[in-house]
Design a protein around this ligand. Structure first.
Ligand code: GLN
Length: 352
């Protein structure tokens, strides 16, 4: 018997019992409007399970090539889910503000596409997996596009150079404002992170000049690195990051403010890039195991998007060799499995 026939029979039966009819419609409405209702408690229980299971994991190590990051407490651990109907579920250190780092690249890519359209971004930056570390100069030399994709450092610096503005400050303010709209609240720079990275980012400066050699940077190289360094130093907490993710899950509209931040037609390009390169050379294994577009940052954050459903953000500083938070990967895999979030799994569209 198909679902429609069952529903008709249930409704016919229910109409004979008024109280039952109310309950059925309430559940039906909830299921329609919310990706987690009527099972918020169940989702919260899964988040708690994941938190307990992985909080003792001591694997990985804080990033230390940016001196500030080495000093961040390695035991900090927070999980936040924001759904497309703005339900917020949290656990642990979700108000601690950490540097967004490479997760920023998602939103600068989005901003460049808002301004220039996706074809321009594809042409000027590329969509090429690098199979190299995120800051590899060899990748810039070897790859046909040189810039690779918007999520490796070279491609991200080139993406910043594409964003319009007559001064570096104008670009930076535009970027910060755009991130804030995605988060649904005003975000600010963590000045100490910026200073720490700006004092040590010779590698990124070298990448910017390599790009110039191949004509793949579209504004002053060092100025672009400086704006890029600022964007990486924006502070977010896990809840804000989950809301930034939920804006993508909700087709570009921030579920908390109702504001359209990203054009609908740009969202699939962003999500596919996250699937291809969001966890750098860890992206293949991630797609295999989790099947969700995601982005990591060396500050210890990862945000994963379940399109049409919501986003999960986890913050835990110790990283694996590729520069991805160990606990964040574990938690997201655990939660996504149990919620049937994997976009390649038939379970994600309700099939068994
Ligand atoms: N700001 C960092 C850098 O340029 C970002 C890297 C990352 O988060 N993977 O190296």
């Amino acid at each position: 018997m198909n679902i429609r026939r069952i529903s008709i029979l249930v409704l016919m039966a229910a109409s004979l019992v008024p109280e039952y009819f109310c309950a059925v419609t309430a559940v039906a409405q909830n299921t329609k409007t919310s990706p987690v209702s009527p099972r918020v408690e169940q989702v919260q229980a899964i988040v708690k399970e994941a938190y307990e299971k992985f909080k003792g994991d001591k694997n990985g190590k804080n990033a230390d090539y940016i001196p500030y990051l080495a000093k961040v407490d390695s035991n900090l651990f927070g999980i936040a889910i924001v759904t497309t109907d703005n339900k917020v579920l949290t656990m642990g250190d979700v108000t601690y503000s950490f540097s967004i780092q490479s997760i920023s690249k998602v939103y600068s890519m989005a901003l460049a596409m808002e301004e220039q359209g996706p074809d321009k971004v594809l042409e000027k930056i590329g969509s090429e997996p690098t199979v190299r570390p995120f800051n590899s100069p060899n990748a810039v030399i070897d790859m046909p596009t040189h810039s690779g994709n918007p999520f490796v450092n070279a491609g991200a610096i080139a993406t910043v150079s594409l964003i319009s503005g007559s001064t570096a400050d104008e670009k930076w303010n535009k970027i910060l404002d755009f991130y804030s709209k995605a988060a649904g609240e005003k975000l600010v720079l963590i000045d100490e992170v910026y200073k720490s990275e700006a004092a040590t980012n010779t590698g990124n400066k070298a990448l910017s000049y390599l790009l110039a050699k191949y004509d793949r940077i579209y504004a002053d190289p060092f100025e672009s690195v400086d704006v890029y360094t600022k964007q990486c130093s924006v502070g977010v907490n896990a809840t804000q990051l989950a809301r930034m993710g939920a804006t993508l899950a909700n087709n570009g509209v921030n579920p908390a403010t109702g504001e359209r931040v990203i054009k609908t037609e740009n969202v699939p390009h962003i999500l596919s890039t996250m699937m291809e390169a969001g966890l750098y050379d860890g992206s293949g294994t991630w797609a295999w195991n989790v099947g969700l577009p995601a982005k990591s940052g060396v500050g210890g954050g990862i945000v994963a998007i379940a399109p049409g459903k919501g986003a999960i953000a986890v913050f835990a500083p110790p990283l694996d060799e590729a520069g991805n938070s160990v606990k964040a990967q574990e938690v997201i895999r655990y939660v996504a499995d149990r919620l049937y979030y994997n976009v390649f799994s038939p379970g994600s569209v309700g099939l068994q």
